[in-house]
Design a protein around this ligand. Structure first.
Ligand code: TXA
Ligand code: MG
Length: 349
């Protein structure tokens, strides 16, 4: 039995009290953050955290983020220098997660037996009040493993009713892509996942960052099949094709070749669509806000495939393009002929 806890204008405290009680009793609660919904449990209880892995069907070797609501709680779960803590006072609460050395109080199941822990101080009223009342909360994104993250409570209820103890029904979240993850145990700091907190802002506030390979994850070959379905993340169930060249994207969506496709694109590009389109938005924050929501709409549409354009990688666009690439089954670059898409997809028609 899953309790659906509706948020109304006058019941904030009741929502927090009921949800905190469930967490303190070792239960699981789906709750909003400013990025995506989280599937939370008491971060200091192995048994409670085991329920997260079961509800999400998450492999046990994929560690959880620990959510905190004040600076004392950061020090309760992780080692952090005074200098860094001081700098984080300009950033937290906010969607930048730090990878730190963990303290013994954090059970091994949370960190998959590693000696590091991801710590996140979310900028969402409900999340903060819940953590303040219940203590540190371990929470991955609230979605069945490999599916797109959830940005709307209606989707959370569809996916988790019957799998968790409670779901806070609080509508749409602010950003729509997950937090940025920064490893601060190495120097220079290393970006592990681009996300809602921009790289530009990190570099301004914390100094130089090593970016490594997070943006890629796909092959440079002429027609890039995402390496093995095993590594698709954040993906709709329907096959998604990314056409990186905007001219080619427009050519494709105005051709008969796109009859089986929903086009996910800007308003400007949607004018070229001969068949169905979903307008992701006009600026990159709107695109972020709608991306995972529309992945789920694509899955419930009557079309077989999705095709998506690329966006600028500045600011939050870096995180957006990282999610699009990871979700894509096929990635077409500048030089390819769009006819290839149909050759590759014919076996799925
Ligand atoms: O915005 C967010 O960060 C959301 C909301 C709910 O807070 N949470 C989220 O959690 O996206 P999750 O579990 O879906 O993604 C966290 C990522 C995973 O890829 C996990 O492998 C990685 O962080 N991670 C967690 N702990 C780690 C650790 N100790 N070392 C390396 N990677 C870690
Ligand atoms: Mg996730």
């Amino acid at each position: 039995m899953t309790l659906i806890i509706d948020l109304a204008p006058d019941n904030f405290n009741d929502v927090i009290n009921a949800s905190a009680e469930i967490i303190k009793n070792g239960g699981t609660v789906v709750f909003p953050t400013e990025t995506v919904y989280g599937l939370g449990a008491d971060a200091l209880s192995s048994e409670a955290c085991a329920k997260i892995f079961r509800a999400k069907e998450r492999p046990i070797d994929n560690p959880l983020i620990v959510h905190v609501s004040n600076f004392e709680m950061v020090k309760q779960v992780a080692e952090i220098s005074d200098d860094l803590l001081k700098k984080m006072k300009n950033i937290w609460p906010g969607p930048l997660t730090l990878l730190l050395k963990k303290k013994d109080i954090v059970p091994d199941i949370v960190t998959s037996n590693m000696d590091t822990v991801c710590v996140r101080f979310p900028d969402n009223k409900i999340a903060l009040a819940l953590i303040e009342k219940a203590g540190p909360i371990a929470a991955p994104s609230a979605n069945i493993a490999t599916k797109p993250s959830i940005v709307d409570s209606a989707d959370a209820i569809r996916e988790f009713d019957g799998r968790v103890d409670a779901i806070i029904n609080a509508g749409r979240v602010k950003y729509g892509v997950e937090s940025t993850i920064l490893d601060v145990t190495v120097h220079p700091f290393e970006l592990l996942r681009p996300g809602a907190f921009t790289l530009e802002d990190i570099e301004e506030l914390l100094g130089e960052v090593h970016v490594g390979s997070v943006a890629g994850g796909y092959s440079e070959s002429s027609i890039a099949l995402t390496p093995g379905m095993k590594y698709r993340h954040y993906a709709p169930s329907k096959k998604l094709i990314l056409i990186e060249n905007n001219q080619k994207f427009r050519e494709f969506i105005q051709s008969d070749l796109s009859a089986d496709f929903v086009a996910l694109c800007s308003m400007e590009n949607a004018q070229y669509a001969k068949y169905d389109s979903l307008i992701l938005g006009n600026d990159i924050y709107e695109v972020a806000h709608n991306l995972f929501y529309y992945f789920r709409m694509l899955d419930s549409s009557n079309k077989k495939f999705g095709v998506i354009q690329s966006f600028s990688e500045k600011g939050i666009g870096f995180g957006v393009m990282n999610r699009i690439r990871k979700a894509s089954y096929l990635i077409l670059k500048d030089k390819e002929n769009i006819d290839k898409i149909n050759n590759v997809l014919n076996e799925y028609r």
